[in-house]
Design a protein around this ligand. Sequence first.
Ligand code: ZN
Length: 338
Amino acid sequence: MKAYRIHAPHTIKLDEMEAMPVGDNCIKLKNLMCGITPADIAVYDGRVPTKYPIIPLRQCVGFVSEVGANVAGISRGKRVVTYPQASCHSCKACKDGHYSDCEKPLTFGAEEDGFLSDFSVVSADDVYTIPDRISDAEAVFIEHIATALNALSKLNVEKGDQVVIMGATVDGIILAQLAMYYQAVPIMVDMHEDMLALAQKAGVYFTVNAVDDNVVKKILALTGGHMASACAYLTNSQMPLSSAWDYTATRGRVAVIGRNGLNDLNCNVNGMLEKNIDLFTVVDCGKNYSSAINLLANHTVTVDSLYNNVVSFDDVPSAFESLLGDREDNRFKTLIKI
Ligand SMILES: [Zn+2]
């Protein structure tokens, strides 16, 4: 088995490893495609501490090449997508067999070996079967869709709600598509005109450029003087979180989505308190994987314009290095064909 492993910050090497046995309740995957997230880059450059060496990347689609004992419902040859976290198998929920309620889940590619290898062995509980009509590249986005569903559910977004989305990022544009599916009205705020144009292409009518426009004035006009009832703040939006209080109505709701990008957590919360805003965090995809797969299969969400680069397995080291820093291209997703 061949696997890329991070041995130290900025050092990734292709290692020849012994084939792993396929234990009870496990399956072996022939990996087909992986996606790189900002969190993976934070592991690569050492901002997120990890155990070395580690196989990076948590988003993977592969086909089942071997099935261990006691696995039900998954057969050889099926295409599956990985869940981003493994259950710990030691907390109370896991011991009771409720793996999806695990209290200490371990993220693949950061706390557990990930999937940047030709083969992987995983617990059958950590994969979901996908239909043929979802391509490998599309499948890599399922975690993003499931996370966006989790955010909309926490924000309690309903028909007719006006939702400010701070960040025309990959996650922000997916969130906007889902908000429209719920018949809500997304108002996309970003500092980059090209990403706002991409959001418009995805069907978002109202976009606001945070550099050129008076954002508060524009949202005030778009919401008939009320401001938005809900605001989704993407942590990699590069905008200050405190602006979310300005864009949200009194007794509105704000969700902070993602873990990365908030380098400076010093945030003035006066506006949040004055407006009595409910604040939620969204750091995982909740129990939305099956719904996300369904919405992708039905083309409720389209992701074709959200990736700009499919890297070959040989070019992994240079791809990781090129994703460091805030380059324009890095706002799109990079995929790796294995
Ligand atoms: Zn657990």
